[in-house]
Design a binder for this molecule. Structure first.
Ligand SMILES: Cc1ncc(COP(=O)(O)O)c(C=O)c1O
Length: 429
């Protein structure tokens, strides 16, 4: 795992340029997120905590497909359940017994939930929940905090809002996390028209004391539906998500990513009162309830129920996070690199002469990649990663941070970039 070269990736990227707009199906997986020319672009296979690229290079996979692979690639329990289901059919012309069984299990799993609807992507779940909240309240405005997917109602608030009518975008207002006054002001400014407060209950930082309780109280007071978007927190902070960790119950919650350990499935759960709205609204698609996702999710719950997955994933991730922070300090890089997040999900936050630290981030990725680490600038540890993976990564970071410190001192950061500089998916406003 050292000094990789990427001729095949380069050839395939050339082909993709004339074939696939954006050259990726998911911006955060595309070539703009890794230093072009010195990084892999296309993957071929993965196993456990590793991924292989089109040139046959092997990497420790820390981004893990942007989070779904909590149990790791090719988890045997999930694969067996999916294989068994393949033999029994994937898609049906009737609702299935399997979807009903999973719905029952989820209602038992989450004490505040009485009803369940399935989707495929996280965006299905968040957009379905938002539509249900609008129908339930007869109101239009949505207050949001975090990232919630590709649909008009949310993406209109970002800088990648092409194709979203302004009339649509204006109905959604973002609010800052851990700032209860800001939420209170927005609710007051849109008094009587807020259908939902939708938020990631925790992003990288924990809620301040009483924050989520106060959000809950404000939403209730203003007659707005409270939706927790647990696409990331779903099974990384607690097996019951934010409710399990912080004890605050939303009216609806959305889970995706880790629910199927990579097999596409998402879910909206919630109270009977609000969820009954799904009887009326249009939330319906060909692959809703497809049995591969349902089988995978059942297997994921089996593993979570029987094994200490979350404690182990968090502990391993914590050793990587703490070890990385120690190395940052050892190399006197504290003014340039900070660690943000928790064991099972954390970021290296780069700052530098360029406003957003992109030069430093690019160099970090370029150099870590040479040591066989798929370096996205963040780690989503899985149950399949090992202590050896952590130690290998930390040894590599020791060398990388040493180089970065030297180049910062010599003022030669830019000239050491051998690939193209990485770019933000969302432009700075
Ligand atoms: C918190 C959160 N919500 C929703 C989504 C959208 O999920 P998907 O990309 O599966 O549609 C994401 C995706 O990254 C997410 O992180």
């Amino acid at each position: 795992m050292s000094n990789q070269t990427y001729p095949k990736s380069a050839e395939l990227l050339d082909k993709a340029m004339g074939l696939v707009p954006a050259q990726t199906q998911t911006f955060s997986k595309g070539w703009t997120q890794y230093p072009k020319g010195v990084s892999p672009v296309f993957a071929t296979r993965a196993d456990g905590g590793y991924v292989w690229d089109a040139d046959g290079n092997k990497f420790i996979d820390w981004p893990m497909a942007l989070g779904p692979l909590l149990l790791g690639h090719n988890n045997a329990t999930v694969n067996d359940a999916v294989a068994k289901q393949l033999d029994n059919g994937i898609a049906f012309s009737l609702p299935t017994v399997g979807e009903l069984a999973l719905a029952e299990r989820l209602v038992d799993w989450f004490p505040y939930a009485d009803r369940v609807r399935f989707g495929k992507n996280g965006s299905d779940a968040t957009s379905g929940a938002v539509r249900a909240a609008r129908a339930f309240t007869g109101r239009s405005t949505i207050l949001c905090c975090g990232y919630h997917g590709w649909q008009d109602w949310f993406i209109g608030t970002t800088t990648r809002n092409g194709g979203v009518p302004s009339a649509m975008a204006e109905l959604t207002k973002p609010f800052p996390y851990n700032d209860i006054e800001a939420l209170g002001e927005l609710l007051a400014a849109h008094q009587g028209d807020v259908a939902a407060v939708i938020m990631e209950p925790m992003g990288l930082v924990e809620p301040g004391p009483g924050y989520l309780e106060a959000v809950r109280q404000l939403a209730t007071q203003h007659g707005a539906v409270l939706i927790f978007d647990e696409c990331w927190t779903g099974f990384r902070i607690h097996a019951q998500g934010a409710f399990g960790k912080f004890g605050v119950a939303p009216d609806m919650a959305c889970f995706g990513k880790a629910l199927g350990n990579g097999v596409p499935i998402s879910v909206v759960i919630g109270t009977a009162e609000v969820m009954e709205t799904f009887e009326e609204i249009f939330f319906s698609f060909t692959f809703g309830g497809d049995m591969l996702g349902i089988a995978a999710a059942g297997a994921v719950l089996d593993v979570l129920e029987s094994q200490p997955v979350l404690a182990e994933v968090d502990a391993l991730g914590r050793s990587l996070m703490d070890g990385t922070a120690d190395l940052v300090a050892d190399h006197d890089l504290g003014d340039h690199i900070a660690l943000s997040g928790y064991g099972a999900r954390h970021f290296l936050v780069f700052s530098g002469d360029d406003a957003d630290g992109m030069i430093l981030k690019t160099l970090f990725q370029q150099e870590a990649m040479k040591a066989g680490i798929l370096a996205a600038g963040w780690h989503a540890s899985s149950w399949a990663h090992t202590d050896d993976d952590v130690q290998h990564t930390l040894r590599a970071y020791d060398g990388v941070f040493g180089d970065l410190a030297r180049w910062i001192g010599a003022g030669t950061l830019s000239e050491n970039i051998h690939g193209e500089r990485v770019q933000s998916v969302f432009r700075k406003p």
